[in-house]
Write a protein that binds this ligand. Structure first.
Ligand code: ACO
Length: 332
């Protein structure tokens, strides 16, 4: 039998750079409460959110994703032509084909890079990171551009006061490349397909049957997600740390999906994080940007000096599916 030749493999992969873009319109809790029956205090106490960012009409998932990616590319020192693949994690690209990745590749001049979208809901960036790591280690790519981007304001149901105040718009990007040292730990990931109805986007026929709707809207059973996150997700976060053969005390930073500060606090307690670990609270003035929340938070913490290059960070995403994915990474 003739053997198939495979490509030479790389030992490891690592994050080389990040970039981000936030929707430019600040929507405070006060403004939110002109749209829904609530109070700024209730929203802040229940979620930690004081304000969120909504994109303007001219800020699209393509433009925000491109801006974040361009910054990451500049900071990496690479040429666009060196990117072998682009993965875009999103649930906000409303044209099933071509992919958003293909549009962003064109904007960036990525030439013939492999380009595809990944629907991992709020775990999409961590799913994509795991995929990029595997692609590099098996020799399918040398450099992968990973983007998480959402425009959730378009899909927010302002008639549902129990979720409308959560969602926000933005993009985060990272360049992942080959490395001699491990820079991305084993992913702990999975899904709970018995919980499909817990968070869902309407399908297009339902949305388009209503003349008042431009986009499908998000529906979520907040309490059920909250309970699942506090138990299962907390356990998976601990597993991701153990799989990297480190202890929580070895971490410098904890950057979970920015869904609710109370979930972040419970998971941090479950992990028994010492005070030396900086916990990300980007949600406070950013809200929840689903697949974009983890890379936006990583980028901001690095830019503000709340985290440093070389730090060990635990990242974990969780959301519709229900899906989860987390890993320990070394920050670029
Ligand atoms: N203002 C005032 N009162 C409100 C509001 C509001 N905006 N919304 C609900 N309430 C009331 C309810 O009517 C209820 O009153 P009752 O007890 O008299 O019936 C009470 O507040 C509690 O309502 P809950 O919905 O149970 O509120 P909860 O404390 O669970 O907070 C929230 C809701 C913030 C959505 C929370 O459940 C949550 O964060 N869940 C997890 C969401 C999440 O992690 N999603 C992740 C994936 S999805 C994604 O990221 C895209």
């Amino acid at each position: 039998m003739t053997a198939i030749k495979t490509r030479p493999v790389h030992g490891y992969s690592k994050f080389l750079s990040t970039g981000s873009a936030r929707g430019s319109r600040v929507v405070t809790n006060e403004e939110m409460c002109t749209l829904i029956d609530s109070t700024p205090e209730w929203i802040e106490q229940r979620t930690g959110i004081t304000e969120r960012r909504w994109a303007t009409n001219s800020e699209t998932v393509a433009s925000m994703g491109t801006t974040a990616a361009r910054t990451a590319l500049e900071r990496s020192g690479l040429e666009a032509s060196q990117i072998d693949a682009i993965i875009v994690a999103t649930v906000s690209h409303h044209r099933p084909s071509p992919s958003l990745a293909a549009y962003i590749a064109r904007e960036l001049g990525l030439g013939d890079a492999a380009a595809f979208d990944l629907n991992g809901a709020c775990a999409g960036f961590c799913y994509s990171t795991a995929l990029a790591d595997s692609m590099i280690r098996t020799g399918s790519a040398n450099y992968v551009l990973v983007i998480g981007v959402e425009k959730l304001s378009e899909m927010t149901n302002l008639d549902d006061r129990s979720t409308a105040f959560l969602f926000s718009d933005g993009a985060g990007a990272a360049i992942i490349g080959a490395s001699d040292e491990p820079g991305i730990g084993p992913v702990v990931w999975g899904s709970r397909s018995d919980q499909l109805k817990t968070i869902e986007l309407e399908d297009w026929p339902t949305a388009s049957a209503d003349p008042n709707k431009i986009h499908p809207l998000i529906r979520m059973e907040g309490r059920a997600v909250f309970r699942w996150a506090m138990t299962d997700v907390a356990k998976r976060a601990a597993e991701a740390v153990a799989e990297a053969r480190i202890t929580p005390a070895d971490l410098d930073v904890f950057i979970p999906h920015q869904a609710n500060d109370r979930i972040t606090d419970v998971v941090s307690r479950h992990l028994k994080l010492p005070e030396s670990v900086t916990v990300c609270h980007d949600i406070a003035d950013m809200g929840n940007t689903s697949a974009a929340s983890v890379p936006i938070a990583i980028d901001r913490m690095l830019q503000r000096g709340e985290a440093r290059s070389g730090d060990l960070a635990l990242i974990i995403g969780f959301g519709a599916g229900l899906v989860y994915a987390g890993q320990v990474i070394r920050l670029p």
